[in-house]
Design a protein around this ligand. Structure first.
Ligand SMILES: [Zn+2]
Length: 300
């Protein structure tokens, strides 16, 4: 690959983006589609970094640093993390587009496009139909089927898949020929389909052990409806550095496994997965962690 993405896996998708950039055949709107928590937003931000950097995505220039921190003046991360994106939000997007920019492109990153209400989507369509020059939308969705066909027909879709446990185990065996089979298996299992994460688990046995412990905690928590037990667990993880992230990851893992089993609770599990994703975003935005997590606990 030409650019330093620092992402293992999703190779086909990254190569397609690189090809579009190199051939000058960029779409004005991209939709990165696939299950939640497999790194679509990360890819979106890196793609923005590639487009804005004047030095082949060097990771060092002000432009690269600003995009990765979310503070680039012409790379606008749509900040709404509510359940829906309304018509007023879309209006604000249009205003943002009319401002003159100094950079290579004006880029708008929008997470979970499926949150857009129908009136908002219809208004958004007009922007997609008559895009401003050098404006690129990079959007993600967990579920293409929830989008209006008219919107889908105006974007270039890049489909993302979570890597299978088998693929990850194979990759890990290549990367760590000395490692014992049991560790490889566990790292693959708890990687949430992300190779980068699997590698980190193998390189840090403490983190792997912590993941296994939290995995069992989450299974116990989800099987109880006892809210005070759940809240008291929150107290514990809020005091430990890094524990919240592991908790969210393991809850995602447990719910995804339940989803694969099928059954009457499919919709409930999908909702819960989406809530976990939102909670992760809220926490990055400096929302009170206790509040965000208590809310999540009530909704699981
Ligand atoms: Zn750069």
């Amino acid at each position: 690959m030409k650019y330093n993405w620092s992402i293992i896996g999703h190779e086909k998708q990254l190569l397609q983006i690189e090809h579009d950039v190199a051939s000058g055949n960029l779409a004005h709107a991209y939709l990165l589609a696939g299950p939640n928590s497999i790194g679509k937003s990360t890819v979106a931000r890196k793609m923005a970094g590639i487009l804005q950097c004047k030095n082949d995505f060097c990771h060092e220039c002000p432009s690269c640093l600003q995009v990765s921190k979310g503070s680039h003046p012409d790379t606008f991360e749509f900040a709404n993390h509510d359940d829906s994106i309304g018509i007023d939000d879309v209006r604000r997007l249009v205003e943002r587009l009319t401002m003159t920019g100094q950079s290579n492109y004006k880029i708008l990153l929008i997470r979970k496009l499926e949150r857009m209400t129908v009136p908002a989507a219809n208004s958004f369509l007009k922007i997609l139909e008559e895009p401003t020059e050098r404006t690129i939308f990079i959007m993600t969705t967990d579920n293409v089927r929830l989008l209006l066909p008219t919107v889908i027909s105006r974007v270039r879709i890049i489909k993302f898949l979570s890597s299978s446990v088998e693929f990850l185990e194979r990759k890990l065996r290549e990367l760590f020929p000395e490692e014992d089979a049991e560790t490889i298996k566990k790292a693959g299992l708890f990687s949430l389909g992300m190779t980068g994460r699997a590698v980190r688990l193998i390189e840090n046995p403490d983190i792997l052990a912590h993941n296994i412990k939290v995995y069992h905690d989450v299974q116990n928590l989800l099987s109880t409806r006892n809210i005070s037990a759940r809240f008291s667990y929150l107290n514990d993880i809020l005091e430990e550095g890094g524990a919240v992230e592991t908790f969210l990851d393991m809850t995602t893992h447990v719910l995804r496994s339940k989803l694969l089993e099928g059954g009457p609770d499919t919709r409930k599990h999908l909702n819960a997965l989406s809530k976990i994703d939102d909670t992760g975003i809220l926490l990055k935005k400096n929302v009170n962690p206790r509040l965000a997590l208590e809310n999540l606990m009530l909704g699981l």
